[in-house]
Design a protein around this ligand. Structure first.
Ligand code: AMP
Ligand code: ZN
Length: 664
């Protein structure tokens, strides 16, 4: 076999294993064997970049960064669906259909997956583009991200039309969602609220390798195109399955509204056994010819109808209202309920949001309350059964003191929440802040987890993040679950954080409203912490993208004597308080106003470094070539389609060396 043949054969083989694993759920080799084959392919590809294939199974891990998602007009508009809520609604719909089409009407019933809709375009069996629904007429090109989702075939199997679109839904199954949240909690971050929003948020992440880490799935339900070789929706589903797409098996044919209702009733109960969220059923006229005759209203197809499941509701006793204090000091009231079955899980707690909500619904301890589970993971209380209210019931008085530290709560105007202002003396706030400090995107302290932080604080060993640097091995060894090795790792992990660059330190110290991006902005602008601490309100708001709210919060943070003392300590311990020299040395305005596309593989710098160079020198990195592109920096193996596009638009193409010379 030639090298090229070896590469192609490995790709085919891996693709088949991917299919067996992710679509059929029936792997035929071990994960280990799979990894070995993948590694073999990776090294062949690295050694022979001339056989580059954008759809190679090795590229599932992502790595491509998209700064601005390109807007793409949908060739076939992505419509919304009309909703129905009862059998009568469905019978009315059937009547409207019968007025327009002749002959028998058959329906396909499918589940309505609750995620983010996506349109995939395939040409000659290759995935060429993935676009979000957007406003239905145009969406965002999220191809780089979608390619990392294992259930999206990059190359098709069997017979396929030359060119077609396929519509589907990107969902995040419960298992994966829960796992992601566990990790977030460990890192001291707020958990995601529900799978749907997390799925659609994932599609717009800039770093595709982050998307690759998320356990997303793509469920397909509709083929769009000219020569599809099918005459009904049901055949279309089959065809899609044959081409290698993941098409859930639940779909059924129905010859009457009665049968549709049976399907709805069945899934209204059994949907809780599914691994992902569904919010209803979609009923479609099966015959594509009839679909065409029916056409579309301004908003939705006349040939399809959604039937929404009712949000599930139960009533149960509210035993007690308790209050939680978050990392920022925000108070959340929690309803502790008599355990009750709801939507397939046992519910013991529900969110009560804030004081206004409790007052508005007049919720009291001892009440029989209605609990509903909508898209959110945490159920909510939507009302009280007043007829069942005990005679000795008392109006709920919202707490006025912090349940953790006893400090009087404050409530700022326009804010729905109460806060505990005891910033440096309230345990959940202290713990939360340190957990944030050590988290991956902040100081990334290895060997120290969220639970250990809580332990350290509760044992009185630390009371702010600068105390971490005072810890000794002897102090932590007696802690629960600590051994010689883990204690050493903890101390060396803390020590290693002294090299974390200034912009991340600025994010880590937890100034309210100063997230990752703002921290970077401020670090770049002020270059040293001293300079930032000297800045006035007017100085701050003069910085690009810094508004009143952030400026005030920065001032407030550094006004606090406690914070200044902690910062002073961090400085003594050797934490980075200014942008590093080489970073500063490399910053210029040379590329101001230019939009640069990077393509291919580079020799003297990595792709990430190259992109950073562009940004440090005032340029913008864009993901795709357009008439607005200033030039393209091309490495080895620049994609042929990019090259053609650059040439057609007469965009200059620079080599790696030419670009680096430009910056000298
Ligand atoms: P809506 O957003 O409520 O108007 O509903 C329309 C959306 O339902 C579509 O954009 C799809 O994303 C989604 N959907 C989920 N499952 C299906 C399905 N089986 N058939 C058609 N659309 C579906
Ligand atoms: Zn408190």
């Amino acid at each position: 076999m030639t090298i090229q043949e070896q590469i192609i054969s490995l790709r085919d083989e891996l693709r088949e294993h991917n299919y067996n694993y992710y679509i059929l759920d029936n792997p035929t080799i071990s994960d280990y064997e799979f990894d070995m084959k993948l590694k073999a392919l990776q090294s062949l590809e690295t050694a022979h970049p001339e056989y580059y294939d954008p759809n190679s199974p090795t590229l599932r891990v992502g790595g491509e960064i998209t700064k601005n998602f390109e807007t793409v007009v949908h060739q076939h508009r992505m419509y919304s669906l009309d909703n129905s809520y009862s059998k009568e609604d469905l019978l009315d719909w059937e009547k409207r259909i019968e007025k327009i089409v002749d002959g028998e009407v058959e329906f396909v019933c499918e589940l309505k997956y609750d995620g983010a809709s996506i349109s995939l375009t395939y040409e000659n069996g290759n995935l060429v583009r993935a676009v979000t629904r957007g406003d239905g007429t145009q969406g965002d090109d999220v191809t780089a991200n979608i390619k990392t989702i294992k259930t999206v075939p990059l190359k098709l199997k069997g017979n396929y039309p030359d060119k077609f679109d396929i519509r589907g839904e990107i969902v995040l199954p419960f298992d994966g969602f829960n796992k992601m949240n566990e990790e977030r909690l460990q890192a001291g971050e707020e958990p995601y609220r529900n799978p749907r929003n997390t799925a659609s948020g994932s599609l717009k992440l800039q770093d595709s390798s982050e998307v690759a880490k998320r356990p997303l799935e793509c469920l397909l339900y509709n083929l769009k195109g000219n020569k599809l070789g099918v005459s009904t929706q049901f055949e279309g589903l089959h065809k899609a399955r044959e081409m290698g797409f993941k098409v859930p098996e639940a779909a059924r044919l129905a010859t009457s509204v009665e049968e549709v209702v049976e399907f709805v009733n069945y899934w209204d109960v059994h949907r809780h056994d599914l691994p992902y969220e569904t919010d209803g059923v979609v009923i479609k006229v099966n015959n594509l010819q009839q679909q065409e005759e029916l056409g579309y209203t301004a908003k939705a197809p006349r040939w399809a109808m959604a039937y929404k499941f009712k949000a599930e509701q139960v009533s149960t006793r509210l035993n007690e209202i308790t209050y939680q204090v978050g990392r920022t000091g925000a108070i959340t009231p929690v309803a502790n309920l008599e355990p009750v079955e709801l939507a397939g899980t046992t519910v013991k707690r529900a969110s009560l949001h804030n004081a206004d909500q409790i007052e508005k619904l007049d919720i009291r301890e001892g009440d029989l309350v209605y609990v509903e589970k909508g898209g959110e993971i945490i159920p909510k209380i939507i009302g009280v059964d007043f007829s069942q209210r005990p005679s000795n019931s008392k109006v709920t008085n919202y707490i006025i003191h912090c349940p953790e530290c006893g400090t009087e709560l404050i409530r700022q105007e326009g804010d729905a929440k109460h806060y505990c202002p005891n910033y440096n003396g309230c345990n959940p706030q202290i713990i939360g802040r340190i957990q944030h400090y050590i988290s991956r995107k902040a100081m990334d302290i290895e060997g120290l987890g969220g639970e250990t932080v809580a332990l350290l604080v509760n044992e009185g060993l630390i009371s702010n993040y600068s105390d971490l640097y005072r810890l000794t091995k002897e102090q932590v060894l007696p802690l629960e679950r600590m051994a010689e090795k883990s204690a050493e790792n903890l101390i060396s992990g803390i020590d290693a954080s002294k090299t974390i660059p200034f912009e991340r330190v600025l994010f880590a110290i937890g100034i309210r409203y100063v997230g990752e991006t703002v921290a970077k902005k401020l670090a770049k602008h002020y270059k040293t912490l001293d300079a930032l601490m000297r800045a006035t309100f007017d100085d701050l708001i003069a910085v690009d993208e810094i508004g009143d709210r952030i400026a005030e919060s920065v001032l407030e943070f550094f006004n606090s004597e406690d914070n200044r003392r902690i910062i002073h300590d961090l400085r003594q311990f050797g934490i980075q308080m200014e942008l590093s020299e080489d970073l500063l040395a490399n910053q210029t305005d040379k590329l101001n106003g230019s939009a640069i596309v990077v393509s291919g593989v580079f020799e003297s710098v990595s792709r990430t470094e190259l992109k950073k160079l562009i940004e440090d020198n005032g340029g913008k990195v864009s993901s795709s070539i357009s008439s607005k592109t200033t030039y393209v920096v091309a490495g080895a193996n620049m994609g042929p389609s990019k090259r053609t596009k650059a040439e057609t638009l007469a965009i200059p193409i620079l080599t790696e060396q030419e670009f680096l010379d430009l910056l000298k």
